[in-house]
Design a binder for this molecule. Sequence first.
Ligand code: G3I
Length: 326
Amino acid sequence: MRNIAQRVGIDIGTALYTLRFDDPQYLEVAAREFSSVTPENEMKWESLEPEPGRYTFEGADRIVDFAQRNGQRIWGHTLVWHSQLPGWLAQGNFSSEQLKTLLKNHIQAVVGRYRGKVSRWDVVNEAFNEDGTLRDTIWSRAFGGPEYIAQAFRWAHEADPNALLFYNDYNLEFPGPKADAVLQLLTQLRAQGVPIHGVGFQGHLSLRYGFPDASTLVNHLKRFTDAGFYIAFTEVDVRMALPRNTVQELAQAQLFSQLLSACLALPRCLSYTVWGFPDKYSWVPDFFPGEGDATPFNNDYTPKPAYHQLRLTLALSGGAPARVRP
Ligand code: G3I
């Protein structure tokens, strides 16, 4: 896929998890098919700083090394999130000022370490509720509201002025109050000079629920690119009720392809990343009992219809508009 995608001018990526690095087929497919990699867990705070001041970069470094050996882009995930924080931080009784200092130090230590290696960062992840209100988190409370979002982007930009900085969230693919609130705040912050370059649409979908038709999706995403943001699909998977059947496989292929087609239709869409492979390594079964088979590869690494449809979509995208490159 990566060779076809390169001709089109977008990155086709995957999440990678070092827990799977003892599986030679996993590494072989990762290197062959993808031009971008996102550490699934290794760049999250709990992985990087399990105790105050004790950084453990080994896992993240392994993924960075793999990507550099295979000529792949590295997408950093994620600097500011309310989840997967180390216990000493999540349960600590820090003052607001202490939390602000901890966050600044974390961002600058991590972005600084990978300066020139990680070219895109999910700076802030999942800061909004489904109704468009700001999620109540350790960070929103420490900063008294959305100011933490602005500060995080400023600190990340200071640490690496060349990295593209993204806001990342799920269910932004659907028109509604959450997407509206994100677009409104990010547009406002950019107007104030906050270095926010793009919006990551995670793309975690289920066959159990409906999904916007192709033109609705493109017009919806175009609101973000018209506002001047780059966009990317950052964590695409399409889960289904198990055991799966052929109809579900084809519906899954159609959804994977629809998101890619929407990306290709918009010149400011830079990247399309699936959230891991093969099905057995997906996060989905642990979080959605009874659902799974969410990735483009079977457990024996044979491609599913979704994989073939992604390749076909890339191969037939000759008419896609040229990418607007950063
Ligand atoms: O590291 C511990 C390990 O020591 C322990 O033995 C094991 C026991 O189950 O748990 C391990 O931690 C797990 C962690 O992944 C690292 O493997 C957690 O239990 C598990 O909950 C965690 O799941 C991750 C999930 O984020 C947490 O919300 C998934 O792997 C990861 O794919 C998923 O990714 C997120 C994105 O970062 C943000 N967008 C949503 C996406 C899906 O939730």
